[in-house]
Ligand binder design. Sequence first.
Ligand SMILES: O=C(O)[C@@H](CO)OP(=O)(O)O
Length: 232
Amino acid sequence: MAQLILLRHGQSLWNASNRFTGWVDVPLSERGRAEATIASCKLRNYRVQVCFTSMLMRALETAVICLTECDEICGGKIPIIKHNADDPQWQGWDQYGGNVNDELPIIPSAALDERYYGNLQGLNKAETAEKYGEDQVYLWRRSFSERPPGGESLEDTMNRTVPFFKDRILAHIKQGENVLVSAHGNSLRSILMYLDHLSPEDVPQLELKTGVPIVYEIDAKGEVQSKVILND
Ligand SMILES: O=C(O)[C@@H](CO)OP(=O)(O)O
């Protein structure tokens, strides 16, 4: 049995100012860094062997804080970010001498990036609801299939997150390795939808808090055996 820890990044500067963010690469706020530190300390009795993140700074920052503040989660290994590891042009410039077993790889992938919010990116969420109506904005934000203007629906997002999750992340879990995934509200909602067998009618109610770890135990067949949310 292996553990999968899903972590929505800490509060970003645009979460704080209530703006649609999507693929805009906004860093964490001071509160977001504190949330990531608290998550790290909640996870001090857990151990992971590999970490996946999106390519966006707020998820990478959260992963690095989580792995380095209360660093017991690394089990004595050094976290090392594997930029471009999936790029066929990559020449291995960060290769080094020494024992690769001493490192805890952090693997960033665009497959885990937040849902693309298209023309809504940068707009204030409350002002957008006033302009287009609460119901329309709720559909854009929380329905499964409705696309925000020029952006991705949750279904579109799921079509890139879940294949990556099955091919790359579940492969580690099935071998008994514990994995930390640091990503986003909607990219993680799509993965939870898969893990928890949620229907398109169930998923609008699913809300993930920033910086709150969700721990799954998953067996060698990839079946979920338990789930716990590390709230306060
Ligand atoms: O702005 C975003 O990218 C997301 C996550 O913060 O917003 P929403 O709550 O609408 O999913």
